[in-house]
Design a binder for this molecule. Structure first.
Ligand SMILES: Nc1ncnc2c1ncn2[C@@H]1O[C@H](COP(=O)(O)OP(=O)(O)OP(=O)(O)O)[C@@H](O)[C@H]1O
Length: 255
């Protein structure tokens, strides 16, 4: 089931992106429903972050159109926020101010920022400097800061990539809970196949700048890693990724 009320609908048509003479995105067509959670998987360098940056309006496309709720996007996407692998917190500001950064034009921004810290379970850390937090806590602050803008689209660019396995699982639970509560549309770039199956309504694989695989995850939430359908999708995804990798190696040896 998807969160339809707050999230935006996306439609990407024939998206292409070149850096110099190298075409990184070679023609992507993708539709994402309002409130849908889509995971983007693929080999390092296949263009996942570039796709996210194009949707965020942080990168200029070479060709194609992105429609958001049927309106073409032409500049920075005000409805979207990106959460990166590195926390990007301001080290000279305390946690509360970091979260309230986007709220500071509002009179009572401290109350709003405290509520967001509560949402991510860090209400007792408001006056700390970021340097005193663990990696997982810093990512919780980064998530609260992203939520401050009440985004209708959250773009997660491998945000849990630097965390230890247990913290990562905890953060997956938090992201799922917050997505359900806030009802935004979500795109998650991840290298972790089980993370994709745990969180996404749908998984796409990007290979050589195009979508090579696209399937729904028909599992109830919260999900069990031991569920036979979970295992089946896991096997399918690894097979797809290995096949793509094999094709690329063969191509590299022939050329
Ligand atoms: N600003 C840029 N200028 C030139 N080349 C770029 C730029 N940004 C990305 N690229 C190239 O585009 C390709 C795709 O990069 P991108 O970061 O989208 O890949 P990715 O799939 O997210 O990789 P990873 O999983 O390692 O983060 C890479 O070959 C990268 O070197």
């Amino acid at each position: 089931m998807t969160n339809q009320q707050n999230g935006v609908q996306l439609r990407i048509e024939n998206m292409k992106k070149k850096f110099g003479s190298t075409e990184v995105i070679k023609g992507i067509d993708l539709q994402v429903d309002a409130g849908e959670f889509v995971a983007v998987v693929g080999k390092s360098g296949c263009g996942k972050s570039t796709l996210l940056r194009l949707i965020a309006g942080l990168e200029e496309k070479t060709e194609g159109t992105i429609y958001q709720n049927d309106a073409p996007l032409s500049k920075e996407n005000d409805d979207a926020r990106v959460m990166f692998q590195e926390d990007r917190l301001l080290p000279w500001q305390d946690v509360l101010t970091n979260v309230g950064f986007g709220l500071q034009l509002q009179n009572d921004w401290q109350t709003g920022a405290k509520q967001l810290l509560q949402e991510v379970g860090l209400e007792d850390h408001a006056s700390k400097w970021p340097s005193l937090l663990s990696g997982g806590q810093k990512q919780r602050v980064a998530l609260a800061r992203a939520l401050a803008a009440n985004p209708r689209l959250l773009l997660f660019d491998e945000p849990l990539g630097a965390l230890d396995a247990l913290t990562r699982i905890e953060m997956q639970g938090l992201i799922e809970e917050i997505w359900k509560r806030n009802q935004f549309t979500a795109l998650l770039v991840t290298h972790d196949v089980s993370e994709a199956i745990m969180l996404a309504d749908r998984i796409i694989v990007i290979s050589e700048g195009t979508i090579s695989y696209d399937r729904d995850v028909p599992l109830p939430r919260p999900r069990e890693r031991s569920h036979p359908v979970f295992k089946e999708i896991e096997r399918e995804l690894y097979a797809e990724l290995l096949e793509e990798s094999h094709k690329q190696q063969t191509f590299a040896m022939q050329s």
